[in-house]
Design a protein around this ligand. Structure first.
Ligand code: UT7
Length: 329
């Protein structure tokens, strides 16, 4: 059985916050932010909106795109590092209730910005035992996790959700390979407290995200090369065989440095962080949905995703786009 993506969906909050608006309350400028990140604006959730709402909105669109109904789902997997609740219930439980997906199991995956890649591989594994359609979602309300007085981090992130429906079919193609990796030696590079371990420096403060941006940047460029090279080599391909590379939408400078280092044209990488910012685990499925809905993916196209995040976690997927073939089969 081959695991195919048969539908995608995404959802961004209505409210847009531009760099110029940020520069009115922070010591920063649109020029600095855009030249260092490629980001001009990001979507920010309304006060009564959060991760599970965005996840449900993206999920409904992905289900509609695939033709799968909620009661056909065998599993709902949500990747998020900004869950509605610090403890429980999980986001996937809230999504299951909202969709009325009565037959589905529910699971949250925490791998920070690499979460969607991890969740897709978990889904692919679980579907070997239960081949019913699976809904995989990356959803974040990063605006509730960042410190809005810290110009090093708050300018980077945005809110949103992306979803994909996976179905098992006999037709070859779909998800062909996955690389999941971790490097706990970098656990201090991106950090957010709030669990049961007391962190003296953070005591009494809200558990905001903290980051050593320069160290993360260097790590990202190195692992983009490592993961993309391994994905193509393992399948006896070359980088030019990839119709699209969908990187985690963290920073356009990371993608540009990767393109130079790997001698790949920048046009091979899809980027939309200019208007979304970094939506963490949602960034790759949102980008995939934009590509799908704007007709940029052709039957048989080889796609690679690559991501990195707190943990440190990193990884990638190699996929063959088959949605048009399956629809017309
Ligand atoms: O999903 C994973 C999430 N993490 C990432 O993707 C982070 C990867 N790293 C980055 O994207 C970049 O490192 C940043 C965009 C975060 C920072 O860019 P940088 O070129 O690495 O800048 P820097 O941290 O080396 O800081 C350079 C200067 C500093 O000033 P001084 O010390 O040289 O006077 C910063 O204080 O830029 C200053 N700075 C700012 N200035 C204006 C930092 N943030 C800002 C800002 N506006 N928003």
């Amino acid at each position: 059985m081959f695991i195919h993506i048969t539908g995608t969906g995404s959802c961004l909050p209505e409210k847009v916050v531009t760099n110029d608006e940020l520069s009115m309350r922070l010591d920063t400028t649109d020029e600095w932010i855009f030249s260092h990140t490629g980001i001009h604006s990001r979507h920010i959730a309304a006060p009564d909106e959060c991760t599970s709402d965005l996840a449900v909105c993206a999920a409904k669109k992905a289900l509609e795109d695939s033709g799968v109904t909620p009661d056909q789902l065998g599993m709902i997997i949500v990747a998020s590092s900004s869950s509605d609740y610090l403890g429980f219930p999980t986001v996937s439980c809230l999504v299951q209730e909202a969709l009325g997906a009565k037959q589905a199991g529910v699971l949250d995956v925490q791998a920070a910005c690499t979460g969607f890649i991890y969740a897709m591989q978990v889904a692919r594994g679980l579907m070997q035992f239960d081949p019913r359609p699976t809904l995989v979602i990356g959803a974040e309300t990063m605006s509730r996790v960042v410190d809005w007085s810290d110009r090093n981090t708050c300018i980077l992130f945005g809110d949103g959700a992306g979803a994909a429906v996976l179905e098992g079919k006999e037709t070859p193609g779909g998800i062909r390979d996955a690389i999941l990796k971790g490097d706990g030696t970098g656990s201090g590079m991106i950090f957010r407290a709030g669990g049961v371990r007391a962190v003296p420096a953070e005591q009494g403060k809200l558990p905001f995200l903290r980051m050593n941006g320069r160290a993360v940047f260097n790590f990202a460029v190195k692992i983009f090369d490592e993961v993309l090279s391994a994905l193509v080599q393992r399948s006896k391909l070359v980088l030019n065989d990839l119709a699209q590379i969908i990187p985690h939408q963290a920073n356009a400078r990371i993608v540009e440095a990767t393109a130079r280092r790997m001698k790949v044209p920048l046009s091979s990488f899809f980027m939309n962080m200019e208007t979304t910012g970094n939506t963490s685990a949602a960034s790759i499925p949102i980008a995939l949905d934009v590509l799908n809905k704007t007709g940029k993916l052709k039957a048989g196209d080889l796609l690679a995703t690559v991501g990195f995040g707190a943990g440190l976690t990193y990884g990638g997927l190699l996929m063959q786009w088959t949605k048009p073939l399956l629809q017309h089969a």
